[in-house]
Design a protein around this ligand. Structure first.
Ligand SMILES: [Fe+2]
Length: 383
């Protein structure tokens, strides 16, 4: 059977690699626009480091530091206006998934006419975006190596996806020093987002042999390192493993896509404000339970990657053990037991299920196609 793996982003990985941003950005032009969040990159000093590296290579630097978590249509449009005014040659996304996704939206509006909403969907972008350099400061999103940008449509209460190879960053600069000392909840939520990418990409209907290798490696690294990243926040070796694993998982979904964990999780974020990774974490065990009959061999492999022994078990038992391993991991890293604990109301679930059941793209990628009733049932079981 034919399979496709696509990963065009050049990757520089390693302690201190942030210092390379100036010489790398210089290859794309004279004016750099940094897109970042409101305060964390300033507080941590990473913004100053990027600015210093750029100016020491004689680049002109502008900063757009208004990106909020789950970036909105408005903020991307505002950033694009600013980018046009300063005639940027290269856009640098610095932060978690939100600034990197906003940077992609801004970079694409520099070279493509119209509004950001014109590009919601798959392969709508006509022209290559302005070159993007992505610098993650969390270990989770994988956005630094993906063709996806997730933009929040607050009017329609939807998370909209732009999926286009034209917005794949030209360069991902991954410096584990930037993730040192992340607070426990941010480490847990972002780490589990990466795990959901590795798992959803691994069992996706678009999974491929190259991505599968990366996915299993990513799952194994996260299962081992994530609890330790929380108990030892300043351990650079562990942070390095998490950053590497989240990048691998990003490479996996770049070709294989995600599934209904993401499709369902978006509504828990939109309506209850749960961080993206937490929303996914709360749904992951029950989605796995639902999906595993579609591909028990792969779920058995997930069980093994998560460090559980499968000798002597039937394939079905071994596959089911992946759900047990997941629940144990989530408990270890302090994820609430169910959605009730974060205030999700049961009466909202039928409405969410209806909208999820119209998300043809994610339903097609999911290994088992659920009905609207089944989606509602998974939500309820995740309470
Ligand atoms: Fe995600």
């Amino acid at each position: 059977m034919e399979s496709v793996f696509y990963s065009p982003t050049r990757i520089i990985f390693g302690e201190g690699s942030l210092k390379r941003v100036g010489e790398e950005a210089k290859k794309f032009g004279e004016k750099a626009l940094i897109v970042t969040g409101k305060s964390s990159s300033k507080k941590s000093g990473s913004l100053d480091e990027v600015v210093n590296s750029l100016t020491s290579h004689n680049l002109q630097v502008e900063v757009f530091n208004k990106v909020e978590p789950d970036p909105s249509i408005g903020i991307v449009e505002e950033g694009a206006k600013f980018a046009k005014k300063c005639a940027a040659d290269v856009v640098i996304g610095l932060g978690g998934g939100s600034p990197m996704d906003a940077a992609k939206g801004i970079a694409l509006l520099m070279t493509n006419k119209g509004k950001i909403t014109d590009y919601f969907g798959t392969d709508k972008v006509k022209e290559p975006a302005l070159p993007i350099i992505a610098i993650p400061t969390t270990a989770g999103t994988g956005s630094e190596v993906t063709k996806y940008a997730v933009i929040t449509d607050q009017k329609k209460m939807l998370k909209q996806i732009i999926g286009s190879p034209h917005i794949n960053p030209k360069l991902a600069l991954l410096d584990p020093l930037l993730t040192l000392g992340m607070p426990a909840s941010l480490t847990a939520n972002t780490g589990v987002d990466a795990l959901s990418h590795a798992i959803e990409g691994y069992v996706s209907t678009q999974a491929n042999p190259v991505g599968d290798i990366l996915a299993l490696k990513s799952i194994a690294l996260i299962a081992e390192a994530l609890p330790r990243a929380i108990s030892q926040p300043d351990n650079l070796k562990i942070r390095e493993k998490m950053l590497f694993a989240s990048m691998l998982a990003g490479m996996v979904i770049n070709s294989a896509g995600a599934g209904i964990i993401h499709g369902m999780g978006y509504f828990i974020t939109l309506h209850y404000g749960a961080p993206h990774g937490l929303a996914n974490a709360l749904l992951m065990p029950e989605v796995m339970e639902f999906n595993l009959v579609a591909n028990p061999t792969k779920y058995r492999n997930i069980t093994e990657a998560m460090g559980k022994k499968v000798e002597g078990l039937s394939e079905k038992e071994a596959a089911h053990l992946s759900v047990v391993a997941m629940r144990e991991l989530l408990q270890k890293i302090g994820i609430p037991k169910g959605m009730k604990e974060i205030g999700v109301k049961e009466e909202s679930l039928a409405g969410f299920a209806k909208i999820v059941s119209k998300n043809e793209r994610l339903l097609t990628l999911n290994p088992r196609r659920p009905t609207t009733e089944e989606i509602e049932e998974i939500y309820k079981r995740s309470m």
